[in-house]
Design a protein around this ligand. Sequence first.
Ligand SMILES: O[C@H]1[C@H](O)[C@@H](O)[C@H](O)[C@@H](O)[C@H]1O
Length: 618
Amino acid sequence: MEELIGDRRVEDERSLIKTPSNVQTNYQENDVSTSTDQIQPATPCFVYTLAFFSALGGFLFGYDTGVVSGAMLLLKREMNLSSLWQELLVSITVGAAALSALAGGFLNGLFGRRICILLASFIFCAGGIILSVAHNKEVLLCGRLTVGFGIGIASMTVPVYIAEVSPSHLRGQLVTINTLFITGGQFVASVVDGVFSYLPHDGWRYMLGLSVVPAALQFTGFLFLPESPRWLLQNGETQKARLVLSQIRGGVNVEEEYESIRSSIEEERNDSSGGPVLWRILTYAPTRRALIVGCGLQMFQQLSGINTVMYYSATIIQMSGVQDDHMAIWLAAATAFTNFMFTLVGVWLVERVGRRKLTLGSILGTSVSLMVLAAGFLLSAQASPPVTFHPSNSSSLHNSTCVHYGFCESCMLDPACGFCYGVNGTSVVESSCVPVSAANTETSAAGRCSNGTQESAGLFWAYNYCPTSYSWIVLLGLVLYLAFFAPGMGPMPWTVNSEIYPLWARSTGNACSAGVNWICNVLVSLTFLHVAQYLTYYGAFFLYSSLAVLGFVFVLGCLPETKGLRLEEIESRFSRRLCSCGASGSQGVHYTRSRLEFGALHYSTLEPEGRISYISLQ
Ligand SMILES: O[C@H]1[C@H](O)[C@@H](O)[C@H](O)[C@@H](O)[C@H]1O
């Protein structure tokens, strides 16, 4: 009811009028079911070039968030980092990304997409240089903060820029390529981590510094690449806008597209009631709904635990019996590669099945895989081996809390302890719970496992996990999770956000939703260990699974299909009440705008089915 009243009010405010029923309408065929079936003009290489150079921003986002885990293994030894400092070096980047993503909305509106991308790549370069020459932890912190600012700006600007330069039939695919580059960056980072892990001294400098290469490439490329035609038009640079539009459309007649962008900007100017953009977004029903959908998608992406699963993948793999550290690093690279490959599936599917079905299938599968993961952890916990051996020769072992634990499960949930055990056939024997070394989690502080795992002596050291015969279920859960998450829930929140807001609200809308993504990212990563301690691992993964079910209900009710529509037409998809997207039929408000020009009255009607009809009365 509130929404309907809201619609009426907005209708009055914006002098929206109903289309006279006796006037012949001239429909543009933008209906989802038909538009992509039409023969599309060949897309010039230039658009792909633009998409590639912009998506380098996504690559840097993925690289800089992914590389730190490997670098930290070396850094904590070389710089003697406490766990507080390690946490700080990881989280400050994500925190800075949240802040700069929010500020990016303002910068985008003021300076344009191109300048913001140039700024982000410059910041990435500066951050990479600071990190690679850092001689103490304070300088490292400064470098990680700088890189975070770059990530935030890039994460909100790049999808918007790609969406604005792409033709509608390719937009989904090209924006999704940005997420492919994010996961590609994460994969390359894990390979670089693997390679330089063999270089214990200064290896981290190469890991953190290598990001300068793609950043410099993007900066140089964007010196020669154009601004988004939509931003140019909005800022009165009409000649330039027309030129860029015809450049990116390969010289074909761009009059219709130009006209549709221009008239939507003009209508908005005439209708605008003034005031801050965020206020206008919140008080105009279609943009308010778009913002709720955009932020909700980003929130559920993070609440389904992607970064926890990725971060935890090395341990999951170790649980399956891979004991060698270098091997675990390489297998974590295999996880990142799987994430990347399944994102490629998303690029292939997005224009075939559409955003809505892809997201729905993905989040449902994600939730089921999280349940498989949780079930694997639950069975492992139930079969957790007991502590059977109490070493008597070291006082440091006796003074720790570790000796009080009776089972491996409780021992491994305490970050201060690890499990030292022998193997006889398939059973665990002579197992003890002992304190972990302060300098290196790969060995115990004292006793039999103070040299880590020594397979030759029949001794194994497990930190953060327990030996279990159910590890295959956990591994299956991990692979299923990536297979379902990566094609849909990974890229769709970014893709959908880049297209659901009208031009005047696009920068601010994307800034808010990207901010929500980063804030939820920080929240999930910072709380994971505590959640795992209170609820155990299976409890934590059951929790993420339930949140993903909630996300499914949200997407089912609220996410409309935007495939094949022109950016200027998507507003109509939010003209119906929120949470009625699953409903069929065409009931709902028809937004009609009018404009008097050259003695003719022009109507454009935005209909809930996603069509725009233009009528001119002489
Ligand atoms: O879309 C991306 C992608 O799925 C990444 O793998 C993940 O680390 C990011 O947090 C997410 O925003």
